[in-house]
Design a protein around this ligand. Structure first.
Ligand SMILES: Cc1cc2nc3c(=O)[nH]c(=O)nc-3n(C[C@H](O)[C@H](O)[C@H](O)COP(=O)(O)OP(=O)(O)OC[C@H]3O[C@@H](n4cnc5c(N)ncnc54)[C@H](O)[C@@H]3O)c2cc1C
Length: 144
């Protein structure tokens, strides 16, 4: 995605994080350097980032930063975990079966609470949840 914006891309990988060897080879084939270290300082001027310093002292010039921040359950989800025993998976996302039903009776989950899905998949999961809710209320459709 970033290649649509610039040909000058750098990967900064936190020390200890693993990068698949095949992926590393792919990056070097397309000329993307990998810098290992944790960012300890962001250098900026007039609201514009121009460099970062890593924990070992290396300074990397950058024009902007793109990163994935750590996620945690929303206060609403935490509340449901504490009060209803809602089950989360190891990534902290709500567990639901193929009918979007959680472990809590009459509680369905769809969308980003299940992990990053994107708008279309979230809408689809919400539609499926609505379908199975209605199915549960009205039962099998009549055949006559
Ligand atoms: C910057 C950005 C760009 C994105 N770009 C794309 C893209 O290009 N294409 C794509 O497919 N997806 C994109 N996404 C992801 C997409 O927006 C989400 O996957 C999708 O919106 C998830 O839908 P959702 O219904 O699960 O959650 P949301 O759309 O977040 O809806 C949850 C709703 O619940 C409300 N809410 C929260 N807590 C409570 C509460 N306690 N009581 C009542 N209401 C509450 C919130 O206000 C919100 O309206 C992007 C997301 C972001 C943040």
């Amino acid at each position: 995605m970033a290649q649509n914006w610039t040909s000058d891309i750098k990967v900064i990988l936190a020390a200890g994080a693993e990068l698949d060897a095949a992926y590393q080879t792919q990056l070097s084939e397309i000329g993307i350097p990998v810098h290992i270290g944790t960012i300890t300082e962001i250098h900026h001027s007039d609201g514009k980032v121009y460099a970062v310093t890593l924990d070992e002292g290396e300074r990397v010039d950058v024009g902007t930063l793109l990163w994935t921040p750590p996620e945690k359950p929303s206060p609403l989800v935490e509340n449901l975990v504490d009060n209803l025993g809602l089950e989360l998976n190891e990534d902290g996302h709500v567990e639901a079966n193929e009918m979007q039903q959680t472990n809590v009776e009459r509680l369905w989950a769809a969308g980003d609470v299940q992990g990053w899905t994107g708008a279309i998949e979230s809408a689809n999961a919400g539609g499926m949840a609505a379908f199975f809710m209605a199915h549960g209320w009205y039962g099998e459709p009549r055949e006559d």
